[in-house]
Design a protein around this ligand. Structure first.
Ligand code: FAD
Length: 419
């Protein structure tokens, strides 16, 4: 089949490789001039600090100091270790700097000969199903092109999610989203509030606290009043808003005055090239997708990389293999009605278990059975034993000591050499 891949980040590269392995004729469209996606660090920032209306949008959300939050043996694609036998270096730290991940992905694109299939500086602006079963793709610059199938790999860590905060207009300081955070220099001597306690919130609050006068780090799982951690870093619950004086108000602590407010509140799914009649995004759900990959009515349209709270690269790899093999008919889908019914059932389960709809693509613990299920369906190897053991050990280390987990000794390891 003639298959288009949109994006040359980790998902797009591994999707291209799996499609090529199954004998498909692959063309990758990449809007930038290089592979790597979010790992291509950009020192510049957008003109809108919240990243909502920028004249020159920036794709990557990497900050200067970022080191991975997963050990590199866990991040590696299954047959391409993150060491000198694959795309890495045996001496790299186990939680390497972002530049190492980019080097790994570049090597991957060369070792599997994907580079010649990529058309760089080509932004996909329109993707539409035609009556004859083909997909019409329009790129900028470029003319219409037609494909039998499409693998959508445009990433979902570029479009900031900025929740509304009551009384925000009273705030006299300035707002920023972590998408446009690069380093702490601009926060020296200031009082800063940071909203969000996932990976970026944890890293950025600690880094900013090294130079700021004070950091109020606000997270759903924290309790005020101000649980002191270190270096002027104080934990608070989620603020209920700003008061008339522009101070942050908490249900369980006195108001706090800050000069800067950083949203570390994550990102939104966006497919600006795709009509919402085909796939819609509402409340952080991309629907309707069977196995979070294919559209029940258009099974030649696949999405690689949507689930979150996962170990991304190996998950992308299995999703990509499943989709590439589906296109050659090596495994079959349930009927369209069965897939739609299953999706309806999944939504009902969310309601019954009181799970937020916005957590629809959040896998967490479920990622291991999800991967193994895909692997079994498409005749691929299921996960090796060390994988889940190392994943859980690394997660426990991170929860136990969010500040120093990158130097913790881990007992389990994968096939990648980590010295
Ligand atoms: P991306 O890397 O975003 O790639 C998408 C590609 O599509 C880009 O090259 C983009 O230019 C291109 N594109 C987008 N739209 C179009 C279009 N219309 N036309 C053509 N091309 C287009 N993961 C880990 O495993 N470990 C970590 O430690 C880790 N840390 C992270 C830290 C931060 C701050 C962030 C933001 C993410 C982190 N991640 C981490 C997650 C990371 O995003 C994934 O691991 C993975 O790199 C995502 O790959 P992707 O290919 O899905 O998306």
């Amino acid at each position: 089949m003639k298959v288009a891949v949109i994006g040359a980040g980790a998902a797009g590269l591994v999707s291209a490789r799996e499609l090529m392995r199954e004998g498909h004729d692959v063309c990758v469209f990449e809007q930038s001039s290089q592979v790597g996606g979010t790992w291509v660090h950009d020192t510049g920032v957008e003109d809108d600090p919240l990243g909502l209306q920028s004249a020159r949008p920036i794709h990557s959300s990497m900050y200067d100091s970022l080191r991975t939050n997963l050990p590199r043996d866990l991040m590696a694609f299954m047959d391409y270790p993150f060491d000198s036998a694959g795309g890495g270096n045996d001496h790299w730290e186990r939680y390497p700097h972002h530049t190492c991940v980019l080097e790994y992905l570049r090597s991957f694109s060369m070792d599997f000969n994907i580079q010649p299939q990529i058309e760089f500086n080509q932004t996909v602006t329109h993707l539409e199903p035609e009556h004859d079963g083909l997909w019409r793709i329009k790129t900028s610059p470029g003319a219409d092109r037609y494909f039998d199938a499409v693998s959508v790999c445009n990433g979902h860590y570029s479009q900031p999610y900025v929740p509304e905060i009551r009384g925000a207009s009273h705030f006299k300081g300035s707002f920023l989203h972590s998408h446009n955070y690069r380093n702490p220099t601009a926060f020296a001597g200031l009082s800063v509030a940071i909203l969000g306690a996932a990976s970026s919130g944890a890293d950025i609050s600690r880094e900013v606290a090294t130079v700021a006068k004070q950091v109020a780090w606000c997270g759903e799982q924290f309790h005020s009043p101000a649980e002191q951690t270190n270096r002027g870093l104080l934990k608070y619950s989620i603020p209920s808003g700003f008061n008339q004086q522009g101070e942050l108000v908490f249900k369980d602590a006195p108001p706090v005055s800050v000069d800067r407010f950083i949203f570390c509140t994550g990102y939104r799914y966006e497919f600006p090239f795709l009509d919402s009649a085909v796939v819609s995004v509402a409340d952080n759900q991309v629907i309707p997708l069977h196995m979070d990959i294919v559209h029940p009515s258009y099974p030649t349209l696949g999405f690689i990389g949507l689930p979150y709270l996962v170990i991304p690269f190996p998950l992308f790899e299995v999703q990509a293999r499943w989709f590439a093999r589906l296109l050659i008919g090596s495994h079959q889908l349930p009927t369209e009605m069965e897939m739609m019914d299953a999706l309806e059932m999944r939504r009902r389960e969310l309601t019954q278990t009181n799970t937020k709809f916005s957590h629809y693509h959040r896998l967490g613990e479920g990622q291991f059975s999800y991967i193994n299920n895909l692997a079994s369906q498409c005749g691929s190897d299921t996960l090796p034993d060390w994988y889940e053991l190392l994943a859980k050990e690394a997660q426990q280390a991170r929860l136990k000591d969010p500040e120093h987990f990158r130097s913790a000794v881990l007992n389990y390891s994968g096939t990648t050499i980590v010295e």
